[in-house]
Design a protein around this ligand. Structure first.
Ligand SMILES: CC(=O)[C@@H](O)[C@H](O)COP(=O)(O)O
Length: 257
């Protein structure tokens, strides 16, 4: 599979993963290593930044893993900027997954605060990866302020509903000049494959792996689905037709001889 470039990094895997909801840190590590994911997001609020033996960080220590701190839990741009600065200091990375979702019921991202924070964080030298609604206009605006990719949602975080925003994701992918990573709501490997088939550059999956009955084999299933979806996209899918079209001539044998 061809590599994906975001900012100064190249990724062989187009499956990005999250670290929440695993029943143990060891299980999280085993599943994420099997997934071959190279960009793994961790909520800053879950890390004890003053403890160099922090359990979650210890379990994510691997040469293939790039940590992507996220600002989950913040309610506005001001808090997000503060969280990003803390993360940069604590984890020594200027990459940040910008998540501002003040409403705990649906966890939908606040577009106004997100664009405000993104534009300031870009000015401060961050590689900004914003989690947003599948809004094509917002994606273009974020691109203009200098984010390195966009991360539109398929469905609410943790809902496992799949690509409820499919038609808008297609518009975003069609228009985008930065990588498009479908994030949130991907509940099964087939959802991930579908996102890749329509041309997403990558997907981010957490809940569907972490809360499955067998996270390790599920992680592998997601890895394979993402690879298959990308391969299908690169091979150009056959067109969808309204009417049937025979796969081989139906009557030619009647007219022979
Ligand atoms: C971990 C993380 O960043 C989540 O906020 C992300 O959006 C994943 O969503 P799912 O848990 O639905 O896969």
């Amino acid at each position: 599979m061809e590599k994906l470039k975001i900012a100064d990094k190249e990724f062989s895997s187009r499956l990005f993963t999250g670290t929440g909801k695993f029943s143990s840190s060891q299980l999280m590590r085993d599943a994420l290593l099997i997934s071959e994911s190279e960009l793994i997001t961790v909520a800053l609020k879950r890390v004890d930044v003053n403890n160099e033996n922090d359990d979650i960080l210890k379990h994510l220590d691997h040469p293939r893993i790039n940590l992507l701190p996220n600002t989950s839990g913040v309610r506005d741009a001001k808090e997000a900027i503060f969280a990003a600065q803390l993360a940069r200091e604590a984890l020594e990375t200027n990459w940040i997954k910008l998540e501002i979702h003040p409403d705990p019921k649906y966890l939908l991202p606040d577009p106004i605060e997100t664009i405000k924070a993104a534009s300031e964080l870009v000015k401060q030298g961050f590689v900004v990866m914003p989690y947003i609604h599948a809004d094509p206009v917002l994606c273009k605006r974020l691109e203009e302020v200098g984010v390195q990719c966009v991360m539109p949602l398929g469905a609410p975080i943790g809902s496992n509903k799949g690509l409820k925003t499919l038609e808008f994701l297609e518009i975003i992918i069609d228009q985008s000049n930065v990588p498009v990573i479908v994030d949130a709501g991907i509940g099964s490997p087939s959802h991930a494959a579908q996102a890749m088939e329509i041309g997403a550059d990558a997907v981010l999956v957490n809940t569907a792996i972490a809360v499955s009955q067998q996270p390790i084999t599920m992680a592998k299933a997601f890895k394979m689905a993402v690879e298959a979806g990308r391969m299908a996209y690169n091979s150009k899918l056959a067109p969808v037709r309204q009417y049937a079209e025979a796969s081989s001539p139906l009557t030619s044998f009647l007219t022979q001889g």
